[in-house]
Design a protein around this ligand. Structure first.
Ligand code: SPD
Length: 357
């Protein structure tokens, strides 16, 4: 049973309708009740160019309210709290899977997504949402090491080369519990498929050694500390690494850790209770236009899953190995971690707090 509480959007609508009936002021609406006039977008920070949002608003007349988050877990916590109703989310693959399992997403109406044909076939068969029933890939990428070659002279190939005593106070990492705990697991020979209570708990001594060495935690713009020279080495999203390599190829290098790197597929998905699903479909299809998707890559150079957009990239963009890795690196795609996700979060929060004091 759905319970509408006063203050929720449906309750407010019902109250207005009942009041209008009582006062005899009910008029036939001139705009269909579900005509989209706005879109409540809840998405990663530093990921959707303002020019793209403005282009959509201008063309569609739909106002986009863009609220940002910096981790899947932050997004989930807000979504589940029910404090706000969102029309469109941008979860990564393992979070798409969790949301599907919890019945929190609505199936996509593909008749409203003609540009879905532009998505590369490989992305349509991945286990978290095979057939793309609930989600559309937005960008994919990896998580890798960035080195300022002018400052770090010794070879860097894996996680333990980053977290060395010699690098104390010179390291930036993502502020992301799932990422950091799985890096630690990788150094113990365990991949993301082996996430369980025991293996997560076993990473505590690794985190206790690593985290006191970190100077900056930043999931929004980890490139900034490297560009400013505040730090010399870090572990960042590939799009951030690609920007650094573009800015100063002689200085920065992006390296995929030898233990295996996380490959993520950040996707677009519509919550079950989205107030404006029409607007959400319209925006997804707009983002899937090759010329629009190409614009996204220009500002945020992740791996673009849109075949049409990729054809429009320059050689320089296509040859940036942070965006488009060469060879056959070992890449791991996360799956839903179930209740262990909470244990990961608690462990990281605890060790991080103790490392700061
Ligand atoms: N600034 C956008 C960053 C997007 C990174 N998404 C990857 C999530 C993997 N946990």
């Amino acid at each position: 049973m759905r319970v509408f509480t006063i203050g929720s959007a449906p309750a407010r609508g019902m109250l207005a309708a009942l009041t209008a009936l009582a006062l005899g002021t009910w008029a036939h609406p001139t705009v269909a009740a579900d005509a989209p006039s706005e879109l409540n977008l809840f998405a990663w920070s530093e990921y959707i160019p303002t020019s793209v949002i403005e282009g959509f608003e201008k063309e569609s007349g739909i106002k986009v309210n863009y609220e940002e988050y910096a981790s899947n877990e932050e997004m989930l916590a807000k979504l589940v709290s029910g404090a706000s109703k969102y029309d469109l989310l941008q979860p990564s693959e393992y979070t798409v899977e969790a949301l599907i399992k919890e019945d929190r997403l609505q199936p996509l109406d593909k008749s409203k997504l003609p540009n879905l044909k532009n998505v590369e076939a490989w992305y349509t068969t991945q286990a978290h949402d095979s057939g793309l029933k609930y989600s559309v890939p937005y960008m994919s990428g990896t998580v890798g090491i960035v080195v300022n070659k002018e400052k770090v002279k010794e070879p860097v190939t894996g996680y333990d080369d980053v977290f060395k005593d010699a690098h104390k106070g010179r390291i930036v990492v993502l502020d992301d519990a799932v990422e950091i705990v799985t890096w630690a697991m990788a150094t113990q020979g365990k991949g993301p498929a082996q996430v369980n209570s025991e293996n997560v708990a076993a990473t505590r001594p690794v985190l206790e050694r690593w985290l006191p060495l970190v100077k900056v935690y930043d999931s929004d713009s980890p490139k900034t500390a490297l560009l400013n020279g505040d730090v010399d080495i870090g572990i960042v999203w590939s799009g951030e690494g690609a920007i650094l390599v573009n800015e100063a190829p002689e200085k920065f290098q992006y390296i995929l850790p030898k233990e295996g790197a996380h490959m993520f597929i950040d996707s677009l998905a519509i919550p079950k209770d989205a107030p404006h699903p029409e607007a959400a479909h319209a925006f997804i299809d707009y983002l899937l236009r090759p010329e629009v998707s190409r614009k996204i890559s220009e500002e945020f150079p992740y791996t673009n899953p849109n075949v049409g957009a990729r054809k429009l990239l320059s050689d320089k963009e296509r040859n940036n190995e942070a965006s488009y890795p060469k060879g056959s690196p070992r890449l791991e795609i996360f799956r839903d971690m179930g209740p262990t996700a909470v244990e990961i979060d608690e462990l990281f929060t605890d060790v991080k707090a103790k490392s700061a004091s």
